[in-house]
Design a binder for this molecule. Sequence first.
Ligand SMILES: Cc1cc2nc3c(=O)[nH]c(=O)nc-3n(C[C@H](O)[C@H](O)[C@H](O)COP(=O)(O)OP(=O)(O)OC[C@H]3O[C@@H](n4cnc5c(N)ncnc54)[C@H](O)[C@@H]3O)c2cc1C
Length: 363
Amino acid sequence: MFVVIGAGIAGLAASIALAEAGPVVVLERRGEDAANAGAGIQIAPNAVKALSVLGALEDVARVATAPEALVVRAPEQAAPLVRLPYGPAIVARYGAPYYTLSRAALHGALLAAALRRGVVVRHDHAARHVHQTDTGCTVAGAEMDAALVVAADGVNSSTRRALVGDAPRDTGWIAWRGTGDTAGGTTELVMGSGHHLVRYALSDEDANYVLVAPQKSRGPAGIARTPTGRLIADVAQWTPWPIAVRPRHVFAAGRVAFIGDAAHAMVPFLAQGAAMALEDAAILKLAVAALGPTPAALARYADARRPRTRRIAAMSEQQGSVYHLPFPLDRVRNATMRTLGPRAILRRVDPVYAWSVPEDGIA
Ligand SMILES: Cc1cc2nc3c(=O)[nH]c(=O)nc-3n(C[C@H](O)[C@H](O)[C@H](O)COP(=O)(O)OP(=O)(O)OC[C@H]3O[C@@H](n4cnc5c(N)ncnc54)[C@H](O)[C@@H]3O)c2cc1C
């Protein structure tokens, strides 16, 4: 028996990963209808390959959109700085498509895949204390014994606080989320001075807008008066989303695995946080298949994941520094991007998107 704490993207993916090895119960403190309405998510090719290992790709592909291109803009210029071809070009390069969709749709697809495998999801059930012995764990709030527990309780993980003792760090950035018009089959990245905007399709009608600005700035109201303003005029309402991170990446404590933001919350500037959770789940599946539901399997999982998530977190931080350059350095960046062109820019993300499960498993 496995207990998973949290039914976010990481928890549902972990439940799918473990269902082949034994019965899985997921405890989720929120109610059934709590999936982030209106919010979107980008699922990069590496995450698509992880979904395939989990056996949940068809569920997600059915409700996702595949953008034709990523268009990168400077707000004061009408012509794009660069247009990166997505669609078939990205499948040819990385062996998988790039998807965008609503978080509610992703959540629904993962939940359907989990339930089909017999996973039991208990909403309105907060997990409390986890007690470990040499042979298993008990979770207060679940009143059940488990061979392994997976803590997928997000960046503010109380399981991590109890077992590891550290806390998340506030970054001083706020992401503002809103809904507006679609960008005609493309995803757009707009780099303003000290802020950036990403816009992509949730469905045929609506797009998700994510505006990222420093916490001390005036947010969307202030940015509306900059050249970015004309690009966000159709968004009626913004919801703030403070960005916190877990600089120390922790994957296991005895019989408890950490996964997703509970293990390694990172800044979202490469759109890779959930992708890392899906990769974690795929590797956890292989580790438990190879070594059984044991602390040794979790140690193997931790060793396999740590270098990868550290690298992606560092790249995400660097990406943020590039996106948020102030005037006049932003003009130098824009000119450099034009000169480099799509091929050289895509090459930079090769290590991110080219990931796939090693052919020999994780031996
Ligand atoms: C602005 C922004 C944009 C992003 N865009 C992307 C993107 O495009 N692509 C991408 O890959 N990533 C993206 N990310 C990152 C991504 O959102 C996260 O990495 C991902 O959602 C983390 O999922 P999780 O399941 O680990 O955590 P969460 O989504 O936080 O889920 C944790 C769950 O655990 C539950 N829980 C907590 N405590 C308990 C308890 N004690 N008992 C029971 N349940 C509990 C919570 O209710 C919650 O449902 C973005 C992040 C931000 C901030």
